[in-house]
Design a protein around this ligand. Sequence first.
Ligand code: NAD
Length: 362
Amino acid sequence: MMPFNRRDFLSTAATIGAASTFGVHTSLAAESKSTVNFALVGLGSLSTNQLAPALQKTKHAKLVGIVTGTPKKEKTWADKYGIQKQNIYNYETYDKIRDNEDIDVVYIVLPNGMHAEYTVRAAEAGKHVLCEKPMANSSEECRQMIAACDQNNRKLAIGYRCQFEPHHQQCIELARSEKFGSLKAVEAGFGFTIGDPNQWRLDAKLAGGGALMDVGVYALQACRYLTGEEPQSITAQETKTDPKKFAEVDETITWTMKMPSGVNCFCATSYAFRGVNRYHAYADKGWFGLDPAFSYGGLRGQTSEGAIEAPEVDQFAAEIDAFAKCILEDRESSVAGEEGLRDLLAVEAIYESIQSGRRVDL
Ligand code: NAD
């Protein structure tokens, strides 16, 4: 497994760029505006219950468009959110979004296996892209997405909501400031019992993997943002108690990661048990952590000296506003495509370790 290397993806960018027929987009619809206009692609659970409501609270972003394959939803959404007819697309008309000056950002909320294709097509249509986690099914797809956005001069960010949440931000600050001394270990886990056996999350092509891809990435991310380091070596193992239901994807994975400074991370993710939704960071003079850590609200934090007090925010509104500001101020996102790529490189090392039964050095 090669470490993430900027030169690698720049060279991929150059290859894809040479083949691009769409040229470089330099004019921003948002340039002269104070608000950035978003279109949601895929009106499933997250778009319906979290993202559209969040987009009613954002200061710098507005929901103006939708892309849906379900005609019935066109009217429901138009009525509920005042979406104009000319800003409603389906999967056949998706590329026509390039002619729509009213839409600045396309927010990809499709099954994981569709993220790469729809991100590349959005970038080629001249739109900035916010893409849900996990970024894609593979690091190769992540590189293609980064290259397409670079080539078309569009910004790309991944929906890592926790990084915009005050409890998580306090924990990151506790780690960086070494308030409890030097970090020695991080324990992180996220899992739940998955229902319907016919859903796309259990289909390898659409999901890219199982619990690890869906919720394990939160634990992985936490280890990375608390330590500020990339894993040096990884060992992992998988358990399947229902081989029929989890024929194509992983059910439960535990893994360890050694960071270059020597911090040890021990992690778990599962589709077969509930209750694990936490991280704890252990330092030589104390500890801190969150439990629950990865829910949409109601997070609770503790340290060896008392509770972590932080305001409750809409994590999705915070994440969307942060990306909108990046576009308005022409800045890179702190959760740009490279951040998603780094997660996928670790995910691939976890799967490689399970396959080989050996430690994988990155
Ligand atoms: P969902 O199944 O509720 O919605 C998926 C949408 O994609 C549906 O509208 C569906 O019609 C559409 N779709 C288009 N083509 C499809 C196909 N071939 N197969 C299946 N669906 C198809 O899923 P969701 O929970 O909204 O998740 C969507 C994305 O958001 C995933 O990448 C997921 O990982 C991510 N997500 C992120 C969070 C978070 O907290 N950031 C939470 C939930 C989901």
